[in-house]
Design a protein around this ligand. Structure first.
Ligand code: PLP
Length: 429
């Protein structure tokens, strides 16, 4: 661990006095790497500056939303312009219609979509809708998949829930959690056994399209197809949580890459351009059960907020204009090639999982197919690596369970400079 700069230390002391743990979301506290966070002063492009004046190349991008990098002019200008006409109305505005149309055009499985203000709300509402549609109570999720922090879904979850060693939160009634059946990911037999026994009780399977909140893990060939066919066979719905992957890996997210048609999909992060956002959508027949035309209640004071919609639309347009997904893949491949060469030359046992601009480096000498494998990596080595990199101006997620993000603002020289730092740090561990 390295101590943060004096101003960060001072403010964190005050923060802890007034905010539980000093942070508004657990992983920001740096507890999993045994230290304290820095406070940001400003960020632009691929760079962050902390309040003590130290600069970092950032691989978190606000945990996914900032796919263009920090404070891109297209988004800051849009926010300035739109804000002049009002920042929230609680009355329909044209940006939410344009956002809905764009999502439905880009993601073929989505015929109708409802906006909300966070990924948590999106998955929570999709679960309620699936239960309302099927008139069944049970849902299936996978160990290590994180779907936000609503009661039904905070069971065997990833992300901050995992890093704090409390996969189940206090305050979630046992009777709620009992309606959530947790299976091991990438285990077809477990799925088949469960559905054979209890298929008619299950409202939905919810899955992170590519699990990316407990490391980054890929489905085995045929696994996602099995999720799709088994739900169809038993009259359950398949919910793809694409809050992280949606609009990051391509216009239609993982479902586009894998050519699959989930019943419902959840989005967030990138579609808000860095402002609070969530969305869930899918088959019109299911979506039309929502209030005000159906019996499933769902609402939000700030849902479809004009600033968030306009910022998100500006981000999507810019991605399209710059052929962003192809460029991100090429940046990702550049990083991967360099990193693999480096780690092999150094003889460091590792696995590196990457898709497009999302990556996760594991200090492990076994393949990573589920959260159990993720937990067995060399955590002490990760901690040393993390602090070494931070010291030299590379900001990786302060936890071995998070996915790294490359943005369109990163350049090949940024990535090469990062690899140079990696090499130095590995030499010092
Ligand atoms: C971030 C995330 C969420 C939760 O979104 P919030 O906006 O933080 O509530 C849900 N699912 C996945 C896959 C995520 O990565």
């Amino acid at each position: 661990m390295i101590p943060q700069g004096p101003l960060s230390q001072k403010i964190f002391t005050v923060a802890k006095q007034y905010i539980p743990g000093g942070v508004n979301s657990p992983v920001r506290a740096f507890r999993n790497v045994g230290g304290e966070p820095f406070f940001v002063r400003r960020a632009a492009g691929s760079r962050i500056e902390d309040i003590d004046g130290k600069h970092y190349i950032d691989y978190i991008g606000s945990w996914g939303p900032n796919i263009l990098g920090h404070a891109p002019v297209v988004i800051t200008n849009t926010i300035h312009e739109v804000a002049k006409s009002g920042v929230s109305f609680g009355i329909p505005n044209m940006f939410e219609v344009e956002m809905a149309r764009t999502i439905c055009e880009w993601v073929p499985s989505v015929e109708k979509v409802r906006m909300c203000s966070s990924g948590t709300e999106a998955t929570m509402s999709a679960i309620r809708l699936a239960r309302g549609f099927t008139k069944r109570d049970y849902i299936v999720k996978f160990n290590g998949c994180y779907h936000g922090h609503s009661d039904s879904l905070l069971v065997a979850a990833g992300s901050g829930a995992l890093t704090h060693g409390e996969p189940d939160s206090a305050g979630v009634p046992k009777s709620f959690a009992e309606k959530t059946i947790v299976l091991s990911y990438n285990d077809p037999e477990a799925l088949e056994t469960l559905f054979a026994a209890r298929g008619e009780q299950i409202a939905a399977i919810i899955v992170e399209s590519y699990p990316a909140n407990a490391g980054l893990v890929f489905p085995k060939p045929g696994y996602l197809e099995l999720l799709s066919s088994i739900t169809k066979k038993h009259g359950a719905l398949l919910i793809f949580d694409e809050v992280m992957t949606g609009f990051r890996l391509g216009k239609a997210g993982v479902q586009g890459l894998e050519n699959l048609t989930p019943d419902l999909s959840c989005f967030g992060k990138v579609i808000g351009g860095g402002l609070p956002v969530g969305a869930f959508g899918g088959r019109a027949e299911v979506m039309d059960l929502l209030a005000p035309i159906g019996p499933v209640y769902q609402a939000g004071t700030l849902s479809g907020n004009p600033l968030a919609m306009a910022a998100g639309l500006a981000q999507l347009r810019e991605l399209e204009r710059r052929s962003g997904f192809a460029r991100l893949e090429s940046l990702g491949a550049h990083f991967e090639n360099g990193l693999r060469q480096l780690l092999e030359a150094k003889g460091v046992p590792h696995r590196f999982n990457r898709v497009g601009s999302m990556f996760c480096l594991f200090f492990a000498d076994r393949d990573i197919v589920n959260v159990d494998d993720v937990m067995k990596q060399d955590l002490e080595f990760f901690r040393k690596f993390f602090w070494g990199c931070l010291d030299k101006g590379i900001y990786l997620a302060p936890s071995p369970y998070e996915t790294g993000f490359i943005s369109l603002a990163h350049t090949e020289p940024d990535l090469d400079d990062t690899l140079t730092v990696f090499e130095e740090v590995l030499g010092e561990i």
